[in-house]
Design a protein around this ligand. Structure first.
Ligand code: ADP
Ligand code: MG
Length: 687
């Protein structure tokens, strides 16, 4: 008898070798196998008599092989197998390329089903490389067929067969993670039916019923998991900070805080004094001044006898934070250190020793902060910048570092991307949120233009003029994609910079790309910030958080390739000083959709508005960059289309948790198990 935990080798035709290949897809047990959902479907239901085949349509015919297939070698690497198949209405000429084995497999006088695209020329009917299966098999043809993501050694038909057997063996054993009341209350189908139909749908309607249930389930478990995490964190006690007056720090700033900044600092001060561990997200638009809010939190932590850590996603950013914060904080006798992967071993050792002796109050760094040898004797606050680049897991890894006995450090997360509210509730369901929707006064509106490449000459002339007035410019260059190759960003950026140098021979052009060593990048960035270059040509590495107030122009080539939120980030690199600033989006893509997207950028500078639009147009996968949100990959849910369902699922999850917070009731056992599994997966999610 099969059980859910039974090894996949239980399935006929799966031996050691294939089991290994399947393991690469995360499939080890029957449960894994049937939870491996298709990435798409192909409708192969249409069957025809040969005579009915229309040119260009995809359909199957059942026909008998009329004579033994022939096999011929046209040239090296090109071998043909040809045959003629017949049914009661006509004949079909079938050609296979490089599938020599079919000559012996397809026998004269036997009937097969051929599925493919029909070619009709006069009375001749043909198919090239059709799918073939024995008549009556009904596995690859005659139905809606799942399309799975594959790996070497695992083909579609192997998976289809395996999943079919897996379902037969254990679809009735599947425990339902949805409590019965929730399932009924939201008119969701049974779990067994959902699994069956998500793989082998009887039709569109059945598929959508199955999908709706599984999406709901996914969002429900995620919402419940994050909610539990938050309850758990919020319940954690912390020594309340006695002194939550940030005025001495603020007095040293050359500006006064905006209302939004003041409110955020107020939220933080209240959290820190509350006796509970802070878990707060600062959701602020680009340029809204999140760094100063972080500085205030750090200042309060150190003032109350704690150490603080500030984690940035790139060494450039860490370096910038250090350069910006250290002078300010050291003036208040806060000792700052910088730890990136680029730090030489000896210097690193010395820094960590000082940290261990408690002689460093603030350590700024990249995820190098997570290394095993980094130990804080009294870590009281963790700040992560540009949070969407870190996983939920990395967040908690860092806060685990600070755990002395029972006490977890306070956590402050700064998000670079304004996030639509619906999404924030799911993505950051484990955090309290302060929204910063206000820019510092006097901020220049950034004039944004979307133009075609024919403007390039004029744009370069404009750059030249701005530089003549002492400004600097960024050019984000296109990634040239070569067929079936990863785009080579080094080459693209290098070539672009060289070409631009030809056009502007008297200007100093620097180059920055993601293949450079962190140290090199930092040097280039530092030099650019110091004014040693006029133009910085880069791939998107410039995107996050850079602050060069003298820069006034951002040119983005192939702008259609970026998400709106990403463009907004890029645009946020300029307009940070007193100078009138410009963002020029170049695109030769003339699709309606992409034009409309770029128009959004010219219309508004409001990051929240752009985020809503971006989410609507692109979906959350792209919105955050692949796998960058740090949440467990959602298998099915599309947070854009499924926004309504998401809200339903969240409410349902909260209702269940209100009744049974620890999910101890027997009817919640499977739900609890799946949540644990989900959160474990996500704690492994690194970028
Ligand atoms: P972001 O929210 O994008 O991280 P930053 O913290 O980098 O923004 O701040 C952007 C710029 O605005 C910095 O140069 C910072 O010094 C400046 N700034 C921050 N707060 C204020 C303020 N209240 N008034 C004027 N300028 C400010
Ligand atoms: Mg920032």
């Amino acid at each position: 008898m099969a059980e859910l935990q039974t090894d996949v080798r239980y399935i006929k035709g799966i031996g050691e070798q294939r089991a290994k290949a399947l393991a690469r897809l995360g499939i080890r047990t029957l449960r894994d196998l049937i939870a491996y959902f298709p990435r798409a479907y192909e409708d192969r239901r249409t069957g025809r008599d040969i005579a009915q085949l229309q040119d260009g349509e995809s359909a199957w015919v059942e026909a008998m092989v009329a004579a033994a297939p022939t096999r011929s070698r046209i040239r090296r690497g090109l071998e043909l197998v040809k045959l003629r198949a017949v049914d009661a209405t006509g004949a079909l000429d079938v050609t296979f390329f490089n599938q020599g084995y079919l000559r012996d497999q397809l026998r004269a006088g036997e009937s097969y089903v051929f599925y493919g695209k029909a070619e009709v020329r006069g009375r001749r009917r043909a198919m090239t490389n059709p799918l073939v299966e024995r008549a009556g098999a009904g596995l690859l043809t005659g139905r809606i067929v799942p399309v799975y993501a594959l790996t070497a050694g695992v083909g579609q038909s192997l998976l289809i067969k395996a999943v079919e057997q897996g379902l037969a063996a254990c679809r009735d054993l599947l425990p339902d993670p949805l409590p019965d009341g929730v399932r009924r209350g939201h008119s969701l189908c049974h779990v067994g039916y959902a699994y069956e139909q998500i793989h082998f749908p009887e039709g569109e309607e059945a598929l959508s019923i199955a999908r709706r249930r599984l999406v709901f389930e996914e969002l429900f478990l995620l919402a419940a998991g994050l909610r539990q995490l938050r309850e758990h964190r919020n319940a954690e006690a912390a020594v309340p900070f006695r002194d939550t007056d940030a005025a001495p720090l603020l007095a040293r700033l050359p500006f006064s805080l905006t209302g939004a900044q003041r409110r955020a600092v107020g939220d933080i001060a209240r959290d820190l004094a509350s006796g509970r561990v802070m878990n707060r997200l600062i959701e602020g638009d680009v340029g809204s001044g999140k760094t100063m809010v972080a500085a205030a939190a750090i200042y309060l932590a150190v003032k109350n006898g704690c150490q603080a850590a500030l984690m940035a996603p790139t060494s450039i950013l860490a370096e910038q934070h250090y350069a910006g914060l250290a002078p300010l904080l050291e003036g208040l006798r806060i000792r700052c250190g910088l730890l990136t992967g680029a730090l030489p071993a000896a210097a690193r050792r010395a820094l960590l020793e000082r940290l261990g002796r408690g002689e460093v109050d603030l350590l700024i760094g990249t995820h190098a902060l997570l290394s095993g040898d980094v130990a804080f004797p009294r870590l009281g606050l963790v700040v992560t910048d540009e949070q969407h680049r870190f996983g939920v897991g990395q967040r908690s890894a860092l806060s685990d570092k600070g755990r002395q006995g029972e006490d977890a450090p306070h956590l402050l997360v700064m998000s670079a991307t304004p996030i639509p509210r619906t999404l924030a509730l799911i993505l950051y369901g484990d955090l309290d949120v302060s929204v910063m929707d206000e820019l510092p006064p006097g901020r220049q509106h950034i004039s944004t233009y979307a133009v075609s490449g024919s403007y390039r000459k004029r744009i370069y002339a404009f750059l030249d003029k701005e530089i003549a007035q002492g400004r600097q410019a960024y050019v984000v260059c296109p990634m040239v994609e070569r067929d079936d190759q990863m785009p080579d960003e080094r080459k693209a950026a290098t070539e672009y910079a060289a070409a631009l140098q030809q056009v502007l021979p008297h200007r100093r052009i620097a180059l920055l790309h993601g293949r450079m060593k962190p140290k090199e990048k930092e040097r280039v960035m530092g030099d650019f910030a110091a004014g040693a270059f006029d133009i910085l040509v880069s791939t998107t590495v410039v995107e996050v958080g850079m602050d060069v107030p003298n820069a006034s122009v951002m040119v983005v080539e192939n702008a259609e390739r970026f998400g709106l939120s990403q463009l907004h980030q890029l645009r946020g690199r300029v307009g940070r000083g007193p100078h009138r600033s410009y963002c020029i989006l170049i695109s030769d893509h003339d699709g309606e959709e992409s034009r409309r997207r770029l128009q959004v950028m010219t219309r508004t500078n409001n990051g929240f508005e752009i985020a809503e639009e971006d989410l609507r147009l692109r979906g959350p996968g792209d919105f955050f960059g692949r796998r960058q949100h740090g949440l467990p990959a959602l298998k099915l849910a599309d947070l854009t289309c499924d926004a309504r369902l998401m809200e339903e699922a969240r409410q349902a999850a909260e209702a269940v948790l209100a009744e049974d917070p620890a999910l101890e009731r027997p009817e919640h056992r499977e739900m609890a198990r799946r949540i644990r599994q989900l959160l474990e997966e996500s704690s492994g999610a690194m970028n």
